[in-house]
Design a protein around this ligand. Sequence first.
Ligand code: 1HN
Length: 354
Amino acid sequence: MANDGLAHTVNREAESGRMEFYGRANQQHLAPLWRVLGGLVLESPKSPCIPALWKWSDVRPYLMEACQIITAEEAERRVLVLENPGMPGESRITRSMFAGMQIILPGEVAPAHRHVASALRFVIEGKNAYTAVSGERTMMAPGDFVITPSWTWHDHGNLSTEPMVWLDGLDMHLVNLMDAGFRDGYPDKTHPVVRPEGAADAEFGYNLLPVDYKPGSQTTPIFNYPYTRTREALDRLARFYPIDPCFGFKMKYVNPIDGGWAMPTIATWMQLLPKGFKSMPYRSTDGVVFVCVEGSGKTTINGQVFNWGPHDVFTVPSWTFYEHEASSDAVLFSFSDRVSQEKLDFFREQRGNA
Ligand code: 1HN
């Protein structure tokens, strides 16, 4: 009893001595690691991201309404950000990734600019709208995966009579983490067209390369991976390839120059889940964004069920178990920061939760 009282007094004295030390050290911009270590170096990832789903039927009316309040040119990019509800106001869908839905009306132009952040477009709805990268246009169709590499001039235009909508995915939070961001506006509304449409596909899209080709960047020189070909690949794969218990039939988009990921920072995939397929639980250290292209199903994320259909977007946080179940043949596009994690030796995954 007496000893306990003494110990308390000693502890209190030690603690007040420490507090006094912390206060003085702080004035020299010094801080004791032992008070923050547990929160800095975690036992396992603790993401502020929460699982979330954006239903296309909820998002589409807001995109249409956005068209009535601002033009593409005024907005520079008329995008509604998909904000992870765990990090409101931060323009993040996962900790490292930006995602937003962009709409461009017939006759509109989204003006040319460039930035260090790389962008992907995943086409949701519309036709005969283009994105131009470094003076080469590509017409976009639903399901196409289109890339804007770091620091390339790009503008968009819609030559059709229908609105065009796509999902933008960008790595600017990685760029900003390292304070490495620049951007630049092009002096004119659009960059001049300097290469014929289809040039990149002719050079790089047939498992052939111009004989003396020298890569100029770490991003794939193919800037449109059309859905018709991706869908055909999955369909043909599914006829003979063993199905993966976690992924169904899942393929990654690759850079034909080196066989690596298509983009240097963002990993991208397309997967086919046959009707009735139920995946084995899986988790990985990359928070993932999924877009349903075709079909319907549900994904259980940490016990919470999300039902999805065409054009719905959902996100799975880092290190969180999830499983898919397809109620019809379903196709999912997805992206994450996995490429960056692999390059830095951070990436981990776990198949099955037994
Ligand atoms: C951007 O440049 C585009 O080029 C879309 O279409 C979304 C979000 C943040 C910063 C730049 C585009 C963007 C963006």
